[in-house]
Design a binder for this molecule. Structure first.
Ligand code: AHM
Ligand code: MG
Length: 344
């Protein structure tokens, strides 16, 4: 019934009442929500607003920025500055931390990838925004990069907006994962996917197989076994999906399970991998774990990693817990480490 719908603001207020908290955090999330609505609008207008194509600049990682990368970054920074919730921000698209000097009640640090999956923008495939919120260390009002280098277990909130066939916002504050769909007519995110859960078992995996010649034997073994299907060691057929926008691939996994792999390999290991720990791996790991899944580099739980640089990259293996554990077991075997049961 339309009049019984729960908006994201109402959802946050009821959480706030239940946990006896102040409204501070609700205003913080509201600014993220508004920024995502504005980015959604710009992504939707696409070519009509002249938003497609290159911006003619490079980001810190030497990647060509798209016009929408730059626009989304500006929108996200602007919308989240005014509310006075943060002492600083860090973005995949900016070199250094952005200090917010306005004298307000700010306690938090915001990290984000303003437009994930940029290579899909110009071909009208789903893209998204990923965010992660950390508490600023006590007494810090002019944060340096080191203040952001907190392990993922310290995140107080994380989520993403996906600009796909509909716009959704999926988030966690450490008490499960909830998904909201943007009602474009009303301009509100409505709770449509309460308590999202990832099944422990799956028969779907997600990996860019064009990189298979660079993979570690542990990843090759896992994928080969999936491809062998019913006749192979897994004894069942697997399906494969790779959108090439992490937001879209992880969203599918939160909806129906699966394993997502972007491992370090022989070609990307000098950079540490492909995906960014602070803007992509940690927030997605928080969501996936909160939904009952697992998130690992293959050798270590992602959220336990001590970051050493703002734009650090890492290997990512996440999704249905049985698959992630299987891949971790293959890595242990490769590294000559005793299986977990025997080691503990
Ligand atoms: P981006 O943040 O520059 O868009 O890069 C991250 C994206 C992920 O969304 C996606 O999983 C991956 O890069 C795709 O990489 P590839 O093009 O190698 O398949
Ligand atoms: Mg990205």
């Amino acid at each position: 019934m339309p009049h019984r719908r729960i908006t994201i603001t109402h959802f946050l207020i009821s959480e706030q009442r239940r946990l006896n908290r102040t409204g501070h955090f609700t205003t913080l999330v509201n600014d993220i929500v508004t920024a995502c609505k504005m980015i959604s609008h710009e992504v939707n207008r696409g070519a009509l607003a002249g938003n497609l194509g290159l911006a003619g600049s490079e980001n810190i990682q030497g990647e060509d920025q798209k016009k929408l990368d730059v626009l989304a970054n500006d929108l996200f920074m602007h919308m989240n500055t005014f509310g006075g919730n943060y002492v600083g921000m860090a973005s995949e698209e900016i070199d250094d931390v952005h200090v917010i000097s306005e004298d307000t009640h700010n306690d938090y640090l915001l990290l984000f990838d303003p437009l994930d999956g940029s290579s899909n923008i110009d071909v009208n495939i789903g893209v998204g925004t990923i965010f992660s919120v950390l508490r600023a260390p006590a007494g810090v009002d002019e944060p340096q990069a080191v203040d952001f280098l907190q392990p993922g277990v310290r995140q107080v909130a994380a989520g993403y907006a996906t600009y796909g066939s509909s716009t959704m916002l999926v988030m966690t504050t450490g008490r499960g994962v909830n998904g909201f769909t943007l009602d474009q007519n009303v301009g509100e995110f409505i709770l449509t996917h309460p308590d999202m859960r990832i099944p422990a078992a799956t028969n779907e995996f997600s990996v860019n197989t064009s990189r298979s010649r660079h993979w570690d034997p542990a990843i090759s073994r896992y994928v080969d076994e999936c491809l062998a299907g019913k006749e192979g060691p897994r004894g069942k057929n697997f399906n494969m999906r790779w959108v090439g926008s992490m937001v879209a691939d992880v969203h599918r996994i939160l909806c129906r399970g699966g394993a997502f792999l972007y491992p370090t390999d022989a070609e990307n290991e000098k950079k540490g991998g492909k995906l960014r720990l602070m803007y992509e791996a940690n927030p997605m790991a928080f969501l996936v774990e909160q939904a009952g899944g697992a998130a690992s580099t293959g050798r270590q739980r992602i959220m336990d990693m001590q970051p050493n640089a703002l734009h650090q990259r890492c290997g990512v293996v996440l999704g249905s817990s049985e698959e992630v554990q299987r891949i971790e077991a293959y890595y242990r075997e490769l590294d000559g480490i005793a299986p977990r049961e025997a080691a503990e």
